[in-house]
Design a protein around this ligand. Structure first.
Ligand SMILES: [Zn+2]
Length: 155
């Protein structure tokens, strides 16, 4: 086995251990790494940007999916797969008005928004922009929402 093949085989066989050790090392040397990365980027800006553009043009779908995953993980602690499961569970419509999203972003229909409780961070469901904003304007307050219903009914 050639050295490169051996390295790859070793990595695949010990992936979890290597990743754990790398994370511990990275966490312990965060600032140094940040400085080194910045310095490297500054010195190789054109090369790195060209590589990035080429990589994106060949892998745009993969990159978009990764970005989406990163966003969902960071903001709500879920994966794209979990989002899609919720979407199927809700039959692709808003959990409140039972309609598909109609709001657009750059000419394309937006995805349903992930709605979560700001106190517990628990995800409640996927909402269209209108419903998401409506409960936001009502400050997630059920008393205000109840009074809104009473008001609309003329009570
Ligand atoms: Zn809705």
């Amino acid at each position: 086995m050639k050295r490169k093949e051996y390295s790859k085989a070793y990595y695949l066989a010990n992936k979890e251990t290597i990743r754990k050790k790398s994370k511990i090392y990275r966490d312990a040397h965060k600032e140094e790494h940040k400085v080194r990365r910045k310095k490297y980027y500054k010195a190789n800006k054109a090369k790195m940007n060209a590589y990035g553009r080429e990589y994106y043009s060949k892998n745009s779908k993969k990159v978009c999916e990764q970005n989406r995953n990163t966003y969902l993980k960071r903001e709500f602690g879920i994966t794209n797969e979990q989002y899609n499961e919720m979407l199927v569970f809700q039959n692709y419509v808003c959990a409140i008005c039972c309609q598909p999203e109609t709001a657009t972003l750059k000419g394309a229909i937006k995805r349903l928004a992930v709605d979560h409780c700001h106190e517990t961070n628990k995800i409640r469901g996927l909402l269209c922009q209108g419903c998401n904003q409506a409960i936001g304007y009502a400050r997630d307050n059920t008393e205000i929402l109840t009074r809104m219903i009473d008001y609309l009914k003329g009570l």
